[in-house]
Ligand binder design. Structure first.
Ligand code: SAM
Length: 168
């Protein structure tokens, strides 16, 4: 089970970016996303993608993020530009099957750094939670997420030009 935990979500301001974190998590091979603030609209947006494009991705909003981290049985990783470099840590993390990947939004609570097993930097420059999740999952799965089959109602075939789509 690979789960992403998004903390500091503000439904009005972060609507698009949290949706993108969720869609990237799903597309790049994670099984679930937890979001700290309750947001039914966001749940519906993500579930509608799952319904059309397939897979078994789950979303849960309004969770207590501290409880999720404390209750996580295997390894937890906080993505932060202050952490250890991704390439140095990922071989160790990859030994674990159940990984909780935590990302923030504006400013993350200082205690988070102490609560996780690893603080991991996707480079030491500030960028985006979307990019951080994408690159982390790509390295974790060693690119194999690209071959994942979702068996959805909608299937897209790679095409040189135009759109090749089959809808069930
Ligand atoms: N100044 C903020 C802070 O105190 O962390 C940065 C916020 S950034 C817009 C939102 C989230 O993106 C961060 O909480 C972190 O999870 C992720 N992020 C941004 N840059 C990152 C990096 N270089 N490596 C890993 N994660 C990063």
């Amino acid at each position: 089970m690979i789960a992403v935990l998004r903390i500091g979500h503000r439904p009005f301001r972060d609507k698009r970016i949290t949706t993108h974190v969720a869609l990237v998590a799903r597309a790049f091979g994670a099984d679930k996303i937890f979001i700290d603030t309750r947001d039914v609209k966001l749940e519906n947006t993500v579930l509608s993608v799952v319904d059309r494009f397939g897979g078994d991705f789950k979303i849960e909003t309004g969770v207590n993020w501290k409880k999720i981290i404390k209750g996580w049985k295997d390894v937890s990783v906080h993505l932060t530009m202050y952490g250890l470099l991704l390439d140095d840590v990922i071989p160790e993390v990859r030994k674990h099957k159940d990984v909780l990947v935590v990302v923030g939004s504006e400013k993350v609570p200082a205690e988070l750094f102490e609560m996780v097993d690893y603080n991991v930097a996707v480079g030491n420059q500030p960028h985006s939670e979307v990019a951080a999740v994408a690159l982390f999952l790509d390295r974790y799965f060693e690119g194999k997420w690209l071959k994942k089959r979702f068996n959805g109602k909608i299937r897209i075939f790679p095409s040189k030009s135009g759109k090749k789509v089959i809808s069930k």
